[in-house]
Design a protein around this ligand. Structure first.
Ligand SMILES: NC(=O)c1ccc[n+]([C@@H]2O[C@H](COP(=O)([O-])OP(=O)(O)OC[C@H]3O[C@@H](n4cnc5c(N)ncnc54)[C@H](OP(=O)(O)O)[C@@H]3O)[C@@H](O)[C@H]2O)c1
Length: 302
């Protein structure tokens, strides 16, 4: 396997971390302004079921980001084997609490819990993840506006816009069609007037579709799936994939790899996000931004 050297590299790196930091400092400023003007701050509640290590890390990062921005955070942790009613009760309490403006149920939930039923109960006005079917439906419908746009897809578009990419009229390919990432990303790209193709696990010869794309957004959860020869020269690549790969030399025994074969793609693409440091930090910034918007709406604060 060959790896690129600095002078073989064509692509510029999209620095999601520093873009997210910029957004976070604007959010912190707005939270401070809200506190000083009306004595209120936004509140985010998190419900976590079970002890998945990846979920624990994601939740920890979200809570830490809230603290840094001055957003109040609350958390309910339930054991893996908890009853559905316990989750629904926690959800109802947060639905009714006026100091909570955003609720997120960390997914995936354990198999025995009915994810759809739980998300249906979440108050539409506090659905900062944007997964409620009404928010998702409004995202899909022309002429309708969802109250919230899912954070990772919104972060992908933000990365493109902040990198100066014109989305309108471009050919875009989304790899993956999950409710959380792939589907809303394809809807959002269409809202920005891209021509969108979707690749999933049953797509035959996906490389024939990706190699015509100006923009590729990879969200399959398959490390190194997108090879250099899948890409059109000059393509813009957003890598959502966050896949732990065993590596005893790393501190936690694993390192993160994207869905894109980064070293190969660097030589073909014109712009690319790294993993980590691309989509991940932007997702958290979008969550806080949605929570701030929700609080502003609740307090009629402009
Ligand atoms: N950075 C972030 O903030 C962030 C946030 C969320 C997720 N992620 C990462 O994004 C990745 C996707 O997450 P997800 O929740 O959307 O995963 P998911 O629910 O497992 O969905 C994966 C999607 O990829 C498709 N797929 C799987 N293997 C494929 C293949 N070989 N070729 C083409 N398509 C394939 C599946 O197709 P079918 O529908 O046909 O099964 C499915 O639609 C994961 O690595 C996850 O960790 C990152």
């Amino acid at each position: 396997m060959t790896f690129t050297t600095a002078n073989e590299q064509n692509a510029a790196i999209i620095d999601g971390k520093s873009m997210a930091e910029e957004i976070m400092s604007r959010i912190a400023f707005e939270v401070k302004r809200m506190k000083e003007s009306i004595g209120k701050v936004p509140g985010l509640a998190v419900i976590m079921v079970g002890q998945r290590r990846d979920s624990q890390t994601y939740v920890r990062n979200k809570i830490k980001a809230c603290e840094e921005a001055g957003i109040k955070s609350m958390m309910t942790e339930l054991p893996d084997h908890c009853k559905e009613d316990e989750v629904l009760n926690a959800l109802s309490r947060f639905n009714e609490d006026p100091s909570v403006h955003g609720i997120l149920v960390q997914l995936p939930l354990p198999q025995h819990l009915d994810e759809a039923k739980i998300l249906d109960v979440l108050s539409l006005e506090k659905d900062v993840d944007g997964f409620h079917p009404l928010n998702m439906g409004n995202l899909a419908l022309r002429g309708r506006e969802p109250l919230f746009i899912p954070c990772t897809p919104k972060g992908c578009i933000e990365l493109l816009i902040r990198s100066g990419v014109e989305i309108m009229g471009k050919r875009a390919v989304v790899i993956g069609r999950s409710n959380i990432v792939g589907l809303p990303t394809s809807l959002l790209l269409q809202r920005h007037h891209a021509t969108v193709s979707i690749i999933h696990a049953f797509t035959k010869n996906p490389e024939q579709i990706t190699c015509e794309a100006d923009i590729v957004i990879a969200a399959a959860g398959v490390p190194n799936l997108v090879r250099g020869n899948w890409l059109k020269p000059g393509a813009i690549v957003i890598d959502v994939g966050t896949n732990p790969i065993e590596d005893p030399s790393c501190e936690h025994g694993y390192r993160l790899r994207g869905d894109v074969f980064y070293e190969e793609a660097l030589r073909v693409a014109s712009l690319i996000t790294p993993v980590p440091g691309g989509v991940g930090p932007m997702t958290i910034a979008m969550l806080l931004s949605n929570t701030l918007d929700s609080a502003k709406r609740a307090y009629n604060f402009t």
